[in-house]
Design a protein around this ligand. Structure first.
Ligand code: ATP
Ligand code: MG
Length: 751
């Protein structure tokens, strides 16, 4: 905890502890068991359980089961599963609001006796009219004058099921003119003739959230009742109930945070239920859903989800988080952990005509930059399969894989070259006859043959057939409205992919990287030895960033986080820390600092540049303008220049080797060719001209060509000064040192 900057909830908790308000911190996660928990719940779980853990307190898991018609034990189980899978433990037994029904009823009786609650019998429509509007006070129902005795009798009758649904309700007697509409005599109980999955048929009335929640918190000794922002206006009722009942302190207090929204998906349980019921997805654990069960089945790790929750932080304003950030978390988690293996999704047969027999090749599971070690044997023979699109008969420019002219390396094996293309009657390539270079074996290559890439492959006889499920975003639209926005290609099933045998003999609950395809997880539900099925957890790169790039008709500004309702997206803690540093330490203006702070890629690039040369302001300007513009159409890996090149470019401006204007030109050239800026300046002769001996003749020539303007200037038209500077700079092709040019012209014109 010490080093992490604290969110506002933790700050509240610390203040309360310091003030001695509570001896121990008690939080709770209070879901309604009416659907499977989703990643938004994960955020709430990580906050509530995380705070309890950080401050040696406890966190309860409470099923908020006050709405019998939508609740079910399968959801209770899913919620328990989710909490445990994320690595948390709730205090003692799982708790249920329904366990407190009798106590809540007693509290209701107490309110009635205090004259603070009454049974109302207005028809629903009138009740709504009586509430008034935001600008107009409501008026109280005539039933509010019922005697305590009458109220008690009616409530008992309601409880026993003597009335029809909607006939009566119990309301708090607060204030029909309150500016907070929620305080206008809120409902405490309603009649519902429904079977409750735990309480059975004992109750014909069920408590409302506003009554049940605060009291359940109090009964459990909760100290910090953390909920999402939509309950902000309910806080007043929360406090009113506990205060009016004169409950002894310490009492719980409610604190609100922003709920998590993610683009290209939906998060409300109602909408998720609709997808399940209409069979748009295969069930609550469909790997395309943002449910914990779905993410888990897809292969997400608990660590990746908790890291994600931590990165997005706790804020007080609603925002939409880019799903790419979630994808980043899982890649980041798996990259250093999982073995790399070879799988071919769309097999093309290759026969290596000059190879005889078979062998087993040693193949490391991990690349050099991953600290783990381990290897397996990969069988090799004259018949192998490669990926169909790793061969091109008529290659496009920049195609680095196998072609009739271009050899390619088989990863962990040999270099091969194409000798013959076999086609079927329709002209489709069905097989390649190739030759291998015996002395080109990976690790001991003495062939001297240059290849431009290495591709994955599998040996034909030993390879195993598997089914691969490739997932894409469930919705086409950033903020989906409904089922009409479903992405029809969100699931692609590859029935006959081929995989190297080592993968299949492994325990199926581990994750792999299939080289060049992404990270994969054996489907925990349907995988069997007869029919191995793998889910793609995530591709290796953000393929949507690419798609956007090529789609030039669309506006290219796609911010990392989307703003909704004109609200400014709050910064995460990490972003905020960067912003502080940039404005305070590095003295960037807040606009530039804001751009950098909110963009992790850009800020890392920037900070790396600073390690080469330290001019924070000028480098920041170039990075947020020029580099950021490049990144709208390229990924960072595609940039031809490195941070240090940018630093050197600014350095040349600073020591007056080049002018700012020329710097732009050098930048353009650098992003095209990838040459060092110094080289570009040298080879193109772009060094700034500061020498008066060179500049003076040019100035004289410009003056000689424009005698009229010289006249006019000397007669007092000082505006023409700019004209001369412009002309001279133009004559030097932008290389003239503007400062020197200025001075020399001033001198010349005034002489
Ligand atoms: P939904 O609108 O998805 O049905 P809910 O708020 O009705 O969600 P509950 O089961 O009542 O779901 O929520 C349990 C807890 O999880 C609550 O404290 C709620 O505030 C929190 N929670 C629900 N959705 C989110 C979310 N998207 N982001 C953060 N917390 C959430
Ligand atoms: Mg709810």
């Amino acid at each position: 905890m010490e080093n992490r900057s604290k969110d506002f909830l933790r700050r509240v908790v610390e203040e309360d502890l310091k003030a001695g308000k509570y001896q121990e911190i008690v939080t709770r996660f209070p879901p309604e068991p009416n659907g499977f928990p989703h990643i938004g719940h994960a955020k709430s779980i990580s906050i509530n359980f995380g705070i309890a853990k950080d401050y040696q307190g406890r966190c309860n898991l409470r099923m908020d089961d006050t709405n019998p018609t939508t609740e079910d034990t399968q959801y209770v189980e899913a919620l328990k599963d989710a909490v445990q899978w994320l690595g948390f433990k709730w205090d003692k037994e799982v708790r249920y609001t329904s366990d407190y029904f009798s106590k809540l009823y007693e509290y209701a009786i107490k309110l009635i006796k205090m004259g603070k609650a009454y049974v109302d019998s207005l028809p629903e429509e009138e009740m709504r009219e009586y509430r008034g509007t935001v600008t107009q006070a409501g008026k109280r129902s005539k039933y509010a004058n019922r005697s305590v005795k009458e109220n008690l009798e009616l409530l008992e009758g309601m409880k026993k099921g003597e009335f029809k649904e909607g006939e009566h309700v119990l309301r708090a007697k607060i204030d029909m003119a309150s500016p907070n509409m929620k305080m206008r005599d809120p409902l405490l109980y309603r009649i519902k003739h429904a079977h409750h999955f735990r309480a059975g048929d004992e109750w014909a009335i069920y408590p409302m959230y506003d009554f049940a929640h605060c009291l359940s918190d109090y009964i459990e000794g909760v100290t910090h009742s953390i909920c999402t922002l939509e309950f902000e206006n309910n806080r007043e009722i929360y406090d009113w109930v506990l205060e009016t009942l004169e409950l002894e302190p310490p009492r719980p207090y409610q604190h609100e945070f922003a709920r998590l929204n993610i683009n290209y998906t939906v998060m409300s349980k109602r909408k998720l239920l609709e997808l399940v019921e209409k069979e748009v997805v295969s069930g609550w654990d469909d790997p395309r859903l943002p449910t914990i069960a779905g993410l888990r089945r897809r292969g997400y790790t608990p660590e990746s989800i908790l890291n994600f929750c931590e990165q997005i932080g706790v804020a007080k304003a609603n925002s939409v988080v880019d799903v790419a950030q979630l994808e980043f978390s899982i890649r980041d988690d798996l990259n250093p952990k999982v073995p790399r293996v070879m799988c071919v999704l769309d097999p093309l047969k290759v026969t290596i005509t000059n190879y005889e027999g078979s062998e087993e090749l040693d193949a490391s599971y991990y690349p050099h930059d991953v600290p783990k070690e381990g290897s397996r044997k990969v069988p090799f023979s004259k018949e192998i399969y490669i990926e169909r699109d790793d061969f091109m008969e008529n290659p496009t420019k920049g195609y680095f894989r196998l072609t009739p002219e271009q050899p390619v390396r088989l990863k962990h094996a040999y270099i091969i070259s194409c000798k013959e293309i076999i086609k079927d009657e329709q002209g489709n390539v069905v097989e390649i006859k190739a030759e291998y270079y015996p002395n080109s074996k990976s690790g001991s290559d003495r062939s001297g043959i240059k290849v431009r890439s290495a591709i994955q492959w599998v040996e034909a006889n030993e390879a195993k057939e598997i089914e691969v499920r490739l997932y894409d975003r469930l919705y086409n639209k950033e903020i989906p409205e409904g089922i009409e926005d479903i992405n029809p290609n969100s699931l692609k099933v590859v029935k006959n992919a081929l995989i190297e045998p080592a993968v299949i003999t492994q325990k199926p609950d581990i994750r792999f990287q299939f080289e060049r395809h992404g990270y994969f997880f054996a489907d925990p539900v349907e995988y069997s030895d007869e029919k191995p099925i793998f889910n793609r957890i995530v591709s290796l790169k953000d393929s949507w960033a690419k798609k956007k790039k090529t789609d030039r008709t669309k506006p290219k500004t796609e911010p990392k986080k989307v703003q909704i309702d004109g609200e400014v997206t709050p910064m995460t803690q990490e972003e905020e820390a960067r912003f502080e540093k940039y404005t305070n330490e590095l003295k960037l203006n807040s606009e530039v600092a804001n751009t950098l702070a909110r963009d992790k890629q850009l800020s890392s690039f920037y900070e790396e540049a600073l390690t080469t040369y330290s001019n924070p302001v000028n480098i920041a300007n170039l990075v947020t303008n020029e580099v950021a513009r490049e990144l709208k159409s390229k990924t960072i890996g595609e940039l031809k220049f490195k941070p240090k090149n940018i630093a050197n470019l600014i350095k040349m401006v600073d020591d007056e080797t080049i002018s700012t204007k020329i710097a732009k030109q050098v930048f353009e050239e650098m992003s095209r060719s990838g040459q060092e800026p110094q080289k570009i300046v040298e080879s193109k002769g772009l060094v700034q001209i500061s020498d008066p001996a060179v500049l003076l003749p040019i100035i004289e020539e410009v003056m000689a060509k424009n005698p009229d303007n010289v006249e006019k200037f000397r007669a007092g038209n000082s505006k023409l000064f700019g004209f001369f500077v412009g002309q001279v700079l133009k004559a030097t092709k932008g290389k003239g040192n503007p400062k020197v040019v200025n001075e020399l012209i001033k001198e010349k014109l005034n002489s």
